[in-house]
Design a protein. Sequence first.
Length: 421
Amino acid sequence: MYDLLVVGAGPYGLSIASHAAGAGLNMRVFGRPMASWRDNMPRGMFLKSEPWASNLSDPGGRYRLDVYCAERGMTARHAEPIPVEAFASYGLWFARHAVPEVDERMVTRVAYGPGGFTAVIEDGEVLHARAVALAVGVMPFVEVPAALRGLHPALVTHSSHHSDLDRFRGKDVTVIGGGQAALETAALLAEQGTRARVLARADRLRWNDMPPLWERPWWQNVRSPHSGLGPGWRNWFYSERPGLYRHLPQATRARIATTALGPAGAWWVRDRVEGAVELLPSHEVTAASAVPGGVRLDLASPKGGLRALETEHVIAATGFRARCDRLGVLSDELRGTLAALPDGSPAVGHDFESSHPGLFLAGLLTASGFGPAMRFVQGAPFTAATLVRGVRRRLKKTPMGGRIPVPGGGSRDWSPTPVRR
């Protein structure tokens, strides 16, 4: 019987595993490390987040991105974007140095079990654990507009389905969305000779400004502090105080979750898009159908205008929607016990525990509870430290609490006395 199983090995899963090992928990972590960063982002993309806001988290803070870059003669400077490939390699380096051995097999099912949970691995092995941390990333929550869902993948894909855009060389591709994924995908397509266009519902595309200098007069820092989500006190609050964010009224949190840090392109991709990519703001797809040679899109504008557009392929860069009903790794019975917020995402407590005792959640699943930082790597350090404290509190409450092995030998004594929450 394990104390904790961590399901997922992206930035959140690896950070949780590192903190869990540091706390002496008898744990296992499953998943292919940094899989979505390695397999679901085209070559040539960059991190939108600042390098100093893109650290995975270990208890000692030793395995930061800047340390990795320094070891390899790379730079990790403010306002200099990091290639996605370098960030994925950093995650693998972190996994080797800060995490017990990662089991790259996939967990296919988590259900109730004796003393906690039963996890079924892809080859049929069955494991038991007293607590589970789901850090499944964003891929289970891919969101494609309803008008496009019935079309064949040869005609419509999501932006996260591509690690290589070469198949679109010389073709006509329409990218739907107005955020960074849409705009950077369109830039990469145009740069390889694809006729690319961006179709967005917003009346205009929005671009983030270049961040202010890191070193600047004190009064500028006071007026608009740096944060992992951008300058300004509001972003600082979202970034640095997710524990306080959780105490905002639920209606306020829901509004912020849907409006804060809305679709926008990074300052460094703007020149690669404007003048190189056809831009069609103020348009929404109302219907789509297969036609010889590609897809016909029926479009509507807010003023009631209608038009049709034919293209060879559609890439929906339309984000992700974290909902309880998309947690396919959970058994029907377990998933059915989860309390949900009005947006369909699971409710979580102050330590990331779901409404089912012992089941902890991380990442995008918790953005409605803890704020926009949970949509980015920026949220991983707070999540890892807080969640592991929650696991330790939960284990103290169980009859099996007691001596927990510490990596490297020895053990720590945790009192089984119930602790107030």
